[in-house]
Design a protein around this ligand. Structure first.
Ligand code: HSE
Length: 425
């Protein structure tokens, strides 16, 4: 039976989970996959953490050079995170002809061209299923499940922390701060929670997924990004009353005018399957020209779900003689001839505060009309202290038209615009 030596760099949540899966299931993989996966070494500066996981003392390497020069190691798993040592060590491993498996979305998103060039040059593999949506096999699905299709759209909840926060705010009426604290205590959030709540984590993942879905490099810089820090309980409640649920959505579309990629809080109809994806669960909804709609659902974070994706990549690499690389032109600036849409079309939710007096609604309508913004529905709440709250949903409208209407309403003091959120109709 083929024996494959593995080294794991970093034994934090994901590296530790991968180590557990590999050691607990070694016999199972021997039986079912006909391969003996053996963890030869780990690189972890916290020795106690490695020993507590059961790593034998003599398997703890002192530096990356011990690993890349070890002829018994053929697969290196990068679970360090960030783009400093992780990039340097991954390149060193590829340079030595070792296959690299990584969970690092920022690394793959920003340096996929550099890593893949080095991998191809040394006939090494480069696998990154764990970088996007944890245990949900979305990358394998795009590469090996729906590759017969032209994908026209992708819509997903691809960050567990923000989904947990929005679920708590929706179901329990929790404040944003309390819900974030709980998500951190449960270990969902990144070390710096701004990566989650400002939408960076989801934007890295969307950049990778849309590059694979649309066969064109979609750089992180092209992803429109807005996080959930400005979301209020009032918006969530008003949306609920109108039949919508608020989710941080990552949306990718291939349109006749170009590729559209965006991450922002979005109201979805309560009947939409994504509205039922709660807590730290993730889901991706794809539309292909032959298959139609496909939805994948599961845990997008955590030691064992993300470890599951890592170990599945290891098994793929260990049992295939040919490596599989990107299905898009993965070179520096490959996107320079590609059109990206920034003035996208969406429906909008607006919450406004207005003076409760005659003629205000007529002035509002006039501004919206001049900016080509058409209203689908509107509610006016009972006035308090001479001021009234108006909540409205627009028809599909260009982003710039809505921004222009908002600027006009504020500059002419017709209304104070409290919130602008996008709606997926
Ligand atoms: N912090 C991420 C999330 C973990 O909440 O989804 C996986 O990227």
């Amino acid at each position: 039976m083929k024996r494959v030596g593995i080294a794991i760099l970093g034994l934090g949540v994901v590296g530790g989970g991968s180590y557990r899966i590999l050691t607990d299931n070694r016999d199972f993989y021997r039986r079912t996959q006909d391969v003996d996966l053996c963890v030869e070494s780990v690189l972890e500066c916290d020795r106690e953490r490695a020993l507590a996981l059961g790593v034998p003392e003599d398997c703890i390497a002192s530096n990356i050079f011990e690993i890349v020069s070890d002829p018994d190691v053929s697969i290196v798993v990068e679970c360090i995170g960030g783009i400093g040592a992780a990039r340097e060590f991954a390149l060193a491993a590829l340079h030595a002809g070792k296959t690299v498996v990584t969970s690092n979305k920022e690394l793959f998103c920003k340096f996929s061209h550099e890593l893949e060039k080095e991998a191809r040059r040394n006939n090494a593999g480069l696998y990154f299923e764990a970088s996007c949506v944890g245990g949900v096999p979305i990358i394998r699905t795009l590469l090996d499940g729906v590759q017969s299709n032209r994908i026209s759209a992708m819509m997903g909840i691809i960050n567990g922390t923000t989904n947990y926060i929005l679920t708590k705010m929706t179901q329990d009426g929790a404040s944003y701060e309390d819900a974030l604290r709980e998500a951190q205590e449960l270990g969902y959030a990144e070390c710096d929670p701004s990566a989650d709540v400002e939408g960076f984590d989801a934007a890295y993942k969307l950049s990778i997924l849309s590059s694979l879905a649309f066969h064109t490099k979609v750089p992180f810089s092209k992803v429109f990004r807005e996080g959930i820090t400005g979301v209020s309980k009032e918006d969530i409640a008003d949306g609920e009353a109108l039949g919508y649920r608020l989710k941080l959505l990552a949306i990718g579309k291939q349109t006749p005018s170009g590729i559209e990629v965006r991450v922002h809080p979005t109201f979805v109809r309560k009947e939409h399957p994504l509205a039922a994806v709660n807590d730290s669960f993730n889901a991706v909804y794809l539309t292909g020209d032959s298959v139609g709609d496909v939805m994948l659902y599961g845990r997008g974070a955590g030691a064992l779900p993300t470890g599951s994706a890592i170990v599945s990549d290891i098994i793929y690499a260990a049992t295939h003689s040919e490596h599989k690389y990107s299905t898009f032109r993965n070179t520096a600036n490959a996107e320079k001839d590609v059109k990206f849409v920034s003035d996208f079309l969406s429906a909008y939710y607006l919450r406004l505060t207005v003076q409760d007096k005659t003629g205000v609604l007529a002035k509002l309508s006039s501004v919206f009309g001049k900016c080509n913004v058409s209203i689908v529905e509107m509610i006016q709440k009972s006035a308090v202290g001479g001021k009234s709250t108006i909540v409205l949903i627009t028809h599909e409208t260009h982003e710039l038209a809505v921004r222009s209407a908002v600027a006009k309403l504020e500059s002419s003091e017709i209304a104070k615009v409290e919130s602008v959120l996008r709606v997926a109709l």
